[in-house]
Design a protein around this ligand. Structure first.
Ligand code: ATP
Ligand code: MG
Length: 405
């Protein structure tokens, strides 16, 4: 059974080339899992018994992307493929990264070090699934179960606990009881893990279709206590997990996810910075969430208007409208479209006068008045009080008492 995805067929020549050179090569990990679930495949990972230098010798064009971990990027037919040597990870001393990666020739050894049975599957080029840990059965039963002893696996790498709850959400699965028990006992190990790595899993948890189940487990297991800014918010997190719209829609983007989360936690605009900085979010993301949270708060109380649309920007306000449906409010997408089409300007830069024009017109020195005047002009144009034309703006400024030089 090979999945219809062209990603597999495109990658087949890579596997064939490696096999021709006398080594083993398989599709592994998430792509095999998703193929068996009939889900869309994002990327394919290839694992091989060839050591990195051997992989490099097979293909004319390669890039060392993570050679110390055994990953070589192969370039073929204008595409790139990650090929990773079978490996084991040994002597974890700090509950995170392995101290040593050892390359091995055995597929079984490689699959044994993977986190969950559904992620420990391999597939041959003919579509035959290799399943040493009963992962196919767990896939059928919708079960997230650690490979081997869950306690040992979480001691090796505590991030796996977070990954477990994220897969519960992402795949809408349930967690095997032993695996769950081990997370309950060892949740505090998460403290050792870098926030950046936790964030990747947390966002995937928030975007999953089983968000409620994943979040409940996240709270119940107390993993949330070791995530930035969430201690003390147990009730709010549970409440957040229940937010859904009539279609039981998934949240569509990280921006939406952070915004709805912060809204549910009762955070104000001025708290966004600290919260998202502690999650190591980018400046751009923080900026966008601030705007979206403010707009969402306003939109829960009043209809959409030109100024809110203009100040938030179309892209952000569209996500905010979608979020309203999670709060039992109505999204007004047709009004949004109409207002957006009618908006006289979309950006400050489109104003028909500049600061220089005002300086010349009033024959005055720059000062606070200039910025204030430009702000007033901007609002008046957006609200349709004046046309965005130089003459109209200047006469509006002089006939009314708008300038305080
Ligand atoms: P996604 O579809 O979200 O990318 P994925 O299963 O591909 O899911 P990745 O994080 O891309 O997840 O990891 C690829 C594979 O590497 C996993 O399927 C799993 O086999 C293995 N893996 C990744 N992280 C770990 C970890 N911390 N411990 C053990 N195995 C891991
Ligand atoms: Mg992946």
């Amino acid at each position: 059974m090979i999945n219809e995805s062209p990603l597999f067929s495109k990658a087949l020549p890579i596997i064939e080339d490696i096999k021709k050179a006398g080594y083993e090569a398989y599709f592994v990990g998430g792509c095999v899992r998703d193929a068996l679930l009939n889900k869309e495949i994002n990327d394919v990972d290839i694992a091989t018994s060839a050591f990195p230098a051997e992989v490099k010798a097979i293909f004319p064009k390669t890039i060392d992307v993570g050679i110390e971990h055994g990953t070589v990027m192969v370039l073929k037919n204008d595409e790139t493929y990650e090929v990773t040597t079978f490996r084991t990870e040994s002597t974890y001393q700090d509950f995170r990264r392995p101290d040593q990666v050892v390359f091995v020739r055995s597929l079984n050894e490689d699959l044994k070090r993977r986190d969950f049975t559904v992620n420990a599957l391999a597939m041959t080029q003919d579509g035959e699934v290799i399943d040493f840990f009963d992962g196919v059965n767990d896939l059928k039963n919708g079960l997230i179960k650690a490979v081997g002893s869950p306690e040992e696996r979480f001691f090796e790498d505590a991030l796996r606990m977070m990954r477990g709850v994220r897969f519960v959400s992402q795949l809408n699965f349930i967690m095997d009881s032993e695996t769950k028990k081990a997370i309950h006992i060892h949740h505090a190990l998460l403290e050792k893990i870098a926030v950046e790595r936790i964030q990747v899993e947390f966002i995937k948890l928030l975007l999953g279709e089983g968000r409620q189940k994943g979040l409940n487990l996240f709270v119940e297991s107390e993993l949330y206590l070791y995530c930035p800014g969430l201690a003390g918010y147990q009730k709010e997190l549970v409440c957040f997990s229940t937010l859904r719209n009539s279609q039981n829609h998934k949240l569509m983007s990280s921006l939406s996810a952070w915004t709805l989360l912060l809204f549910a936690l009762g955070k104000k605009e001025d708290e966004v910075n600290l919260f998202l900085r502690s999650w190591k979010c980018s400046k751009r993301m923080i900026q966008q969430v601030k705007i979206a949270l403010k707009a969402l708060t306003i939109r829960t109380k009043q209809p959409l208007d030109d100024l809110l649309l203009y100040q938030s920007g179309y892209e952000i306000i569209r996500e905010v409208e979608e979020l309203l449906t999670f709060l039992n409010k109505t999204a007004d997408l047709s009004r949004l479209q109409k207002l957006n089409n009618q908006l006289p300007i979309k950006d400050k830069k489109e104003i028909a006068v500049t600061g220089f024009d005002l300086l010349a017109y009033f024959d005055a020195k720059p000062g606070k008045w200039l910025g204030e005047a430009l702000d007033k002009i901007e609002v008046a144009i957006v609200l349709g009080e004046i046309n965005n034309e130089k003459e109209a703006i200047l006469s509006w400024l002089s006939t009314t008492d708008k300038v305080n030089i």
